[in-house]
Design a protein around this ligand. Structure first.
Ligand code: SF4
Ligand code: SF4
Length: 205
């Protein structure tokens, strides 16, 4: 029948419109900002720098390697590597970013910086209420603004953060085992008859 599809569509629209007053499922919008829809775990907006522990400066995982800066397609990351070193998340002495800025007005949320980072140091945030009337200074974030705790990461991306935690714990256990083995080798007393490497002693007479 001519117009049957249009009539069916209008009936469906009317059902949803009037039904939304009685059934929550038919209401597809919420009263933002008082009400908010829960965010999807895979949601992403702009990057942040992850830190471990309670001190963001000491706990930043970033070692200032600048890989993300080189790989960022619109070149909106700016890093200056430190001259000195501090222990990283797994206890190895590493450089850190003396300066780490991201111009989020240029960032296209591609996540390439996250993919290329070998240190699990940069992740995508889900924060979206970022409007400002300062187009330049307000959207050029330094490392103090970019630093967010690992607890924050666990909260917004729990599955991904749990995998990263497990991987870092495994790496730390390997480093600790190596350090322990090296310390034990140093303190093990050598037996009187043992031949020391480089001592010049020969096993044959
Ligand atoms: S965020 Fe990662 S890739 Fe970028 S400089 Fe820091 S450690 Fe390197
Ligand atoms: S998300 Fe993409 S555009 Fe934004 S800082 Fe990372 S690499 Fe650059």
């Amino acid at each position: 029948m001519l117009g049957e599809g249009i009539a069916k569509g209008l009936v469906e629209t009317a059902r949803n419109f009037f039904g939304s007053y009685f059934t929550k499922d038919r209401l597809t919008t919420v009263q933002y900002p008082e009400e908010r829809l829960p965010q999807f775990e895979a949601a992403r907006n702009f990057p942040f720098l992850v830190y471990d522990g309670g001190d963001w400066q000491a706990g930043l995982r970033c070692v200032g390697c600048q890989i993300c800066e080189k790989e960022c397609p619109p070149k909106c990351i700016y890093i200056e590597k430190s001259k000195d070193k501090k222990p990283d998340a797994v206890g190895k002495l590493q450089f850190y970013p003396a300066v780490f800025n991201i111009d989020v007005s240029v960032c296209m949320s591609c996540q390439i910086c996250v993919e290329v980072c070998p240190f699990e140091a940069i992740k995508m945030d889900t924060e979206f209420e970022l409007s400002t009337d300062d187009r330049f200074g307000g959207l050029l974030w330094d490392k103090a603004q970019l630093a967010k705790s690992n607890e924050h990461y666990r909260k917004i991306h729990p599955t991904e953060a749990a995998e990263v935690d497990a991987r870092l714990a495994e790496e730390k256990a390997k480093v600790d085992a190596k350090v322990k083995a090296a310390a034990e080798n140093k303190t093990t007393p050598t037996s009187p008859g043992a031949v020391q490497p480089g001592s010049g002693a020969s096993s044959t007479q």
